[in-house]
Design a protein around this ligand. Structure first.
Ligand SMILES: [Zn+2]
Ligand SMILES: [Zn+2]
Length: 269
């Protein structure tokens, strides 16, 4: 079996939000504490593939005792999905070899600009020596939508609209990870439905509509159309209180839907 672990289930600020005094941000229930969104896929062949590198990634990798990675997939280049990049540095110390980082061409352009010292290391360090602690050994590879082999495993990347850019939904086996989208295009919906998913991890920012994310009602509408065995909500903000959300899902008859919890993992074929 393959396994997906939710490294974080929070929106861009994480929950609690700095300075916020709302009842969810002050809740002592661990299920209301959400680090920034990311997921780890561990394949039946023993490969570890990380989806997104949020600012909390060091805490998340330590918590899950992840000591190596075979590949990284970037869904899109927003701060909450990529700005933990430097914290992958120790993996290079141990192996001396690079980890491939896959992203869409547009996101790769931004990543090269933000992390010149990592992704354009030859030109950046051209006339200077690397002093001190070294740099992350990561090789950026641009990948278009469609089917790919990462770490010897079949993956599908499906483009979805999100703010000024696009984000990739990631499909591996009977699992899909679908975050940061304003909507799911018809073509992507068909692919996800035909995949007969066992696990669908899906964007659900809040209760009310949002310009760049799915809100509860829209997430549930897509879940009904995709019809996975189990759907898990993620990228959640502070107006979604865990137990209230559980009751809300029950009241709406959404039997195959649960709110994600940081550290939860799910098996799939
Ligand atoms: Zn995000
Ligand atoms: Zn985003």
């Amino acid at each position: 079996m393959n396994k997906i672990t939710l490294m974080g289930t929070g929106t861009s600020t994480g929950v609690p939000i700095l300075g916020c005094k709302c009842h969810v941000c002050r809740s002592s229930d661990m299920r209301n504490k959400r680090l920034r969104a990311s997921a780890l896929i561990e394949t039946s062949t023993g490969k570890k593939i990380l989806i997104d590198v949020p600012p909390d990634i060091r805490t998340q990798l330590l918590r899950e005792e992840v000591n190596s990675l075979d590949a990284v997939i970037i869904t899109h280049d927003h701060a909450d999905h990529t700005h933990g990049m430097d914290d992958l540095r120790p993996f290079g110390f141990q192996t001396g070899s690079s980890i491939p980082v896959y992203s869409a061409p547009d996101a790769a352009k931004d990543l090269r600009r933000k992390f010149r010292y990592i992704f354009e290391r030859e030109s950046y360090f051209k006339d200077k020596a690397i002093l001190g602690g070294g740099i992350p050994l990561l090789d950026l590879e641009e990948v278009d939508e469609g089917e790919h082999i990462f770490a010897g495993e079949n993956f599908q990347l499906l483009p979805m609209p999100h703010g000024h850019e696009e984000t990739y939904a990631v499909v591996h086996g009977k699992c899909a990870y679908v975050v940061d989208c304003r909507e799911i295009p018809e073509k992507v919906l068909t692919t996800l439905r035909d995949a007969q998913l066992e696990i669908l991890v899906i964007d659900c920012l809040r209760l009310t509509k949002h310009s760049t994310h799915l809100h509860l009602e829209l997430s549930l509408e897509y879940i009904r159309k995709i019809n996975p065995r189990l759907a898990v909500l993620t990228h959640m903000g502070h107006d979604l209180e865990y137990l209230d959300l559980l009751h809300e899902l029950k009241a709406r008859g959404a039997k195959n839907v649960i709110p994600g919890i940081d550290g939860a993992s799910f098996h799939y074929s």
